[in-house]
Design a protein around this ligand. Structure first.
Ligand SMILES: [Zn+2]
Length: 326
């Protein structure tokens, strides 16, 4: 082989090798997440070994996200896309189908590995039942139409997607992110493991802290605005008596509200929890009629992005619960 060709081939191999190794301009893996809790988990596992960005702006929740053309570039540039799954990110599936993108191969779901378990809440809709406190109930939550062919993580129709409200399911999500980063970037596997181990122990401490606080509550029955807290309630033995917005985005029927009022009275619910993402008008009117309190819990679907914001958000919610249920 002529030496010119040989050195050309050597250069080509070198360039291809570099192209294979270098992820972003700084050589780091680029991770794209869908909502703030997932951003927090990914950024803690990544540390300074990978860069993490959140796709949705801080003030727009996954319920009403409108996918923008500039998002396509970010999907293309990402090495790993972390979605929740369970139908939360239907706009993602629609966008990549509409644009014939192959971004799906870069996607992992927090829900991966949970679908086979009995941990996911499904239909039927939360049944209002004034007679049976503490009954385990199914919860329906519509984050948009779900179809069986709308991609991985969505093949359980009408599953409740709000996994991140349970710190132990969060730990499952952190582990999914860790395994994906180690698979894509094996040279840094030990570093990702160290970061994840440190973060998982923080989440375990948070879980213990919430459990101990809730154990001291005198009242454990709550009504929330939309059906975002069944995982949290199940984890800590809080009795979710009902939700105001039976179908997210549409006002509940008068008949449903009358039933809910009955449940609230029968179960001696002391407070209705609204959410910063929703107009509290209806909850306030109900609470006024009943002479009970209104307070705000954060679903964490929007908000500031920092490594601590997931833990901070759950602690904020815990303080609110303590104030009204202790
Ligand atoms: Zn939601």
């Amino acid at each position: 082989m002529p030496s010119g060709l040989r050195s050309f081939l050597a250069l080509l191999v070198l360039l291809l090798g570099l192209a294979g190794k270098a992820f972003g301009e700084d050589g780091k893996i680029r991770v794209l997440t869908s909502i703030p809790p997932l951003y927090c988990w990914a950024v803690n596992v990544a540390g300074d070994l990978a860069t993490v960005e959140n796709l949705l702006p801080a003030d727009v929740g996954p319920h009403d996200y409108q996918f923008k053309p500039k998002d396509l570039k970010r999907l293309q540039a990402a090495d790993l896309i972390v979605l929740n799954g369970l139908g939360l990110e239907e706009w993602f599936t629609r966008a990549i189908q509409a644009n014939a993108m192959d971004a799906e191969r870069k996607v992992i779901h927090i829900a991966d590995g949970l679908l086979e378990t009995n941990l996911i809440f499904h239909l039927p809709t939360l049944e209002l039942d004034p007679g049976k406190p503490g009954k385990e109930q199914g919860h329906e939550h519509d984050h948009g139409p779900r179809t069986r062919d709308s991609g991985p993580g969505t093949d359980h129709d009408l599953a409740n997607p709000h996994l991140w409200q349970d710190p132990q399911l969060a730990m499952h999500g952190v582990t999914n992110i860790l395994l994906a980063l180690q698979r894509i970037d094996p040279a840094l596997a030990a570093g990702y493991q160290r970061n994840a181990t440190a973060y998982l122990s923080r989440l375990a401490a948070l879980d213990t802290e919430i459990r101990q606080a809730v154990a001291g509550f005198s009242s454990r029955t709550v009504v929330t605005y939309h059906d975002a807290f069944p995982y949290f309630c199940r984890r800590y033995g809080i009795d979710l008596a009902g939700v105001i917005e039976q179908v997210p985005g549409s006002d509940p029927s008068p008949r449903y509200l009358a039933e809910l009022l009955k449940v609230i009275r029968a179960r001696k619910v002391k407070v209705i929890f609204t959410e910063p993402q929703f107009n509290p008008r209806l909850a306030k009117r109900l609470a006024d009629d009943l002479g009970i309190a209104v307070a705000e819990l954060d679903v964490l679907e929007t908000g500031a992005l920092s490594p601590d914001s997931y833990e901070d958000g759950l602690r904020r919610n815990l303080r609110v619960l303590q104030q009204y249920l202790k």
